[in-house]
Design a protein around this ligand. Structure first.
Ligand SMILES: [Zn+2]
Length: 276
């Protein structure tokens, strides 16, 4: 599945819920139809979102987050305070007793934990992460790599993505899994595809390119979070960064999206090898 397909399905489900002629029963029916395409994680995650919204929208004054611009699944109110909610299920959050609460800064960020069998709300938890040996928090990040090439140097029309934990203290990273997708381009490939030959210096054009890259990145973020890691907090790219005028620099992973909840502590760049 692609990030676009996932985000389109989520949009369809919630607009069905909000349509007075259709409502929750119809949305549940659509979700069953998309079950195979979503895969087990995407399906259970979206079902949890729908059920949480249906059963608790009044309790927590929930608003469904839009695709663009919002980082959590829902915004709402808890104990009289505005906060954001991410939904997860007991199956996806099985290691939660090893996580330590991460309070961060700004608006509260809560995890609504639902039973993966009954979709009943089990608990409302603080955001939490494992600790690194250095004392920092290990925060999940996905890096969108560039085009793959075969041994003859021909493009394979696929890109790899690395799911990793990034430490907020020592700024080391640990690779956890690797995925391959067709047409899930790196942020710089998206930018390059939009740069025209003549008007690349134009300020309006630059702003449009930045907006398109942000949209692409957020779409990938939402998709990866639901399909592969509910606790994902950031998206990075892998690039050579020139730091002196003669062309010297270093390879690194630069954050292109960071969830507001961890914005204050997440490193902006991590040094890494040229080959990942
Ligand atoms: Zn560390």
């Amino acid at each position: 599945m692609s990030a676009e397909t996932y985000n389109r399905i989520r949009r369809i489900l919630f607009s069905t819920v909000h349509n007075p002629q259709q409502g929750m029963a119809k949305a549940r029916e659509y979700l069953e139809r998309y079950k195979k395409r979503l895969g087990p994680n995407g399906y259970v995650g979206l079902k949890a979102e729908l059920e949480f919204y249906e059963r608790h929208r009044g309790d927590f004054a929930l608003t469904v987050a839009a695709d663009v611009g919002e980082h959590a699944d829902f915004s709402g109110v808890l104990s009289g305070k505005a906060c954001r909610f991410d939904v997860t299920t007991t199956l996806r959050y099985k290691k939660w007793d090893t996580y330590e609460p991460y309070l961060g800064q700004g608006l509260g960020y809560k995890i609504a934990l639902l039973s993966h069998d009954t979709f009943e709300l089990v608990d409302v938890l603080d955001l939490g992460f494992e600790r690194c040996e250095c004392g920092g928090y290990l925060i999940p990040c996905v890096t969108l790599l560039g085009q793959n090439y075969n041994q003859h140097g021909d493009p394979t029309w696929s890109n790899d993505q690395i799911l990793m934990d990034v430490c907020t203290g020592c700024e080391e990273y640990v690779e956890r899994s690797r995925y391959t997708h067709h047409f899930l381009f790196s942020p710089s490939e998206v930018a390059d595809s939009l740069i025209g030959d003549e008007d690349s210096g134009d300020e309006d054009n630059k702003a449009a390119i930045r907006a398109a890259v942000q949209k692409h990145t957020l779409s990938a973020y939402k998709y990866f979070r639901r399909e592969f890691d509910d606790r994902l907090m950031s998206v990075a790219q892998h690039q050579y960064k020139i730091t002196d005028p003669k062309g010297g620099g270093h390879w690194g992973m630069q954050m292109v999206f960071v969830n507001q909840a961890v914005e204050a502590e997440m490193p902006r760049e991590i040094e890494c090898p040229s080959e990942l």
